[in-house]
Write a protein that binds this ligand. Structure first.
Ligand SMILES: Cc1cc2nc3c(=O)[nH]c(=O)nc-3n(C[C@H](O)[C@H](O)[C@H](O)COP(=O)(O)OP(=O)(O)OC[C@H]3O[C@@H](n4cnc5c(N)ncnc54)[C@H](O)[C@@H]3O)c2cc1C
Length: 506
């Protein structure tokens, strides 16, 4: 049977909905000779977006290019600044800090630099020994020079962005590219009683909108995947205790920084951790905490105390979430993306990445034909793998802590709080050092280089059988020294880059 153009209805106009709309349109309708799809997006005019999701990872560059944004257009419209990694403060113990930078020179399959460092005197911090980016972050430098082409840099980088403005930018791109848009609230749906498929959604404007494929981007509530199809939620709370966040926005009119930090700061706090994300015109702050260990009021007070008296004039907002994922993100003819699909706390900024990943998978696994069972099964497995992988990586940050100063930190360090797959890796690393062969999923987001930044940033020991009897002092490798000199000559301050290239308010 000849395939007709399939109709896709996206419910939700947050980052997930508009990113999926633009990405699917770009990949399927603009670059494919075969079947096309017709995309409609419906969003409620009265249910707000979550309004957070301000730190990203380098995968966003490819997504922005695919959708067709110039770097300048994107950065100006989204109040974006550069992000070169995350600085973790107070995670090992109060007073300690380390970086997880994006950049690291790959050294091939025999890379044993992690082991060399682990066996040494550790007189140079791991991230500074293996990358120049931690030092560039300290110096507040941009990841690219003035006048350098869009998205080009020898260093890996990502962005901090205003989530609302980014979703609006995606919306205007989508509308310009022919995506049909409705402002209305979905209040019900019709299902095929034989197949269980969704036939149409019903809106408060009295419309009935039918489609072949429904994409649920309705946020944490999961309007279609949860409330209608009742796909079970796989709970990650045995391993991740945080279930709330209080956020604050500190405009530069309230407190002007000397230089915007070109990285995200994640600071461990009494019952969780807080983010500090510098945008073009304000900082976004948020304290992610466990309601078992601190009340909303105490959490907000702790964040404000840490920030200082100027935060009194900034209003706070509490967000509640549950951590985990759908047992299946694709069931019947409904695919959930974004918060409707699942949520893992944003310690490594993986929320938008998971939308990018799922949207890219959906382009590849799009059900152009009549039988989607095998596509669906594979899509679900791949997405599940990503969630599990991210879960393990996030828990790694907590369980290596030496903090025992609060009940929260004593709890997260317990072996019962470590997922089995991560425990297996720890068993392995008691016998051998972490290396690339420990990670065998070709689609893995966080490989041995990321693990090493966290393990050795948190002072993980060398395996006992490989502990060197006399530990060597480390020297900075020649290439690091050369590139530090070059970088300091060529890279402007982050503020200077933003001001000169984007003409932002300082
Ligand atoms: C505390 C916190 C911090 C985060 N930080 C980061 C971060 O730093 N980096 C990162 O990558 N990710 C982060 N995330 C995740 C990120 O915010 C989300 O992945 C991203 O914003 C996508 O959200 P969404 O579009 O799925 O949901 P939302 O933004 O909530 O959008 C839901 C949409 O659905 C619509 N809707 C709801 N019900 C209906 C209805 N009945 N009819 C019609 N429309 C409806 C709403 O109007 C809205 O348009 C964070 C999340 C949380 C909770």
């Amino acid at each position: 049977m000849a395939n007709r153009n399939k109709q896709v209805l996206i419910v939700g106009g947050g980052t997930a909905g508009w990113l999926a709309a633009c990405y699917l349109n770009a990949r399927i309708n603009q670059h494919r000779n075969g079947s096309r799809i017709q995309i409609t997006l419906i969003e409620s005019p009265s249910i707000p977006r979550i309004g957070v999701g301000e730190a990203t990872i380098p995968t966003l560059i490819n997504t922005l290019q695919t959708i067709g944004f110039s770097e300048r257009e994107f950065m100006v419209a989204s109040d974006a600044s550069f992000k070169q990694g995350i600085k973790f403060v107070n995670w090992l113990h109060p007073g300690h800090a380390y970086y997880h930078p994006f950049d690291r020179r790959a050294a091939g399959s025999g890379d044993n630099r992690g082991l060399q460092w682990a066996q040494s005197q550790r007189n140079i911090d791991f991230a500074y020994w293996l990358s120049t980016q931690a030092a560039f972050c300290d110096a507040g430098l941009a990841p690219k020079g003035l006048g350098q082409a869009d998205y080009q840099s020898p260093l890996a980088y990502a962005y901090h962005l205003n989530a609302e403005k980014f979703a609006d930018l995606l919306r205007s791109k989508g509308l310009g590219q022919g995506i049909v848009h409705r402002y209305a609230e979905v209040q019900g749906l019709e299902r095929n009683s034989d197949s269980g498929d969704i036939r149409a959604v019903l809106t408060d404007a009295g419309e009935r909108l039918s489609a072949d494929l429904f994409i649920d981007c309705s946020g944490l509530r999961g309007l279609l995947i949860d409330e209608a199809l009742q796909v079970p939620h796989v709970d990650y709370s045995p391993w991740l205790l945080c279930d709330r966040a209080v956020t604050l926005r500190v405009p530069f009119s309230v407190q002007r920084p000397d230089n915007r930090k070109p990285y995200t700061t994640a600071t461990a706090r009494s019952a969780g951790w807080s983010w500090d994300i510098p945008l073009a015109d304000r900082r976004g702050l948020g304290y992610v905490y466990s309601s078992q260990f601190i009340s909303d009021t105490e959490a907000e007070a702790e964040l404000r105390r840490a920030e200082g008296a100027h935060s009194d004039s900034c209003s706070g907002q509490v967000l509640r979430f549950r951590v985990g994922r759908r047992a299946e993100s694709w069931r019947h003819n409904c695919v959930a993306l974004g918060l409707a699909s699942g949520f893992i706390e944003p310690l490594e900024s993986t929320g938008i990445y998971l939308v990018e990943y799922a949207a890219a998978l959906l382009c590849e696994y799009f059900p152009h034909g009549d039988n989607s069972a095998s596509l669906q099964q594979r899509f679900n497995r791949l997405l599940q793998n990503r969630y599990e992988e991210i879960l393990n990586f996030i828990v790694l940050h907590y369980c290596l802590s030496q903090r025992d100063d609060t009940p929260f930190w004593r709890e997260v360090r317990k072996p019962a709080r470590i997922p089995a797959a991560l425990q297996e890796l720890f068993e392995l690393w008691r016998e051998k050092a972490c290396s690339h062969t420990d990670f065998h999923d070709a689609m893995q987001l966080f490989g041995h280089m990321n693990y090493e930044y966290i393990l050795y940033g948190m002072q993980f020991p060398a395996p006992p059988s490989l502990t060197a009897p006399s530990k060597k002092n480390l020297e900075l490798p020649t290439w690091v020294k050369k590139e530090l000199t070059l970088g300091r000559e060529k890279l402007p301050l982050h503020n200077t880059w933003l001001r000169q290239e984007l003409d932002t308010r300082n």
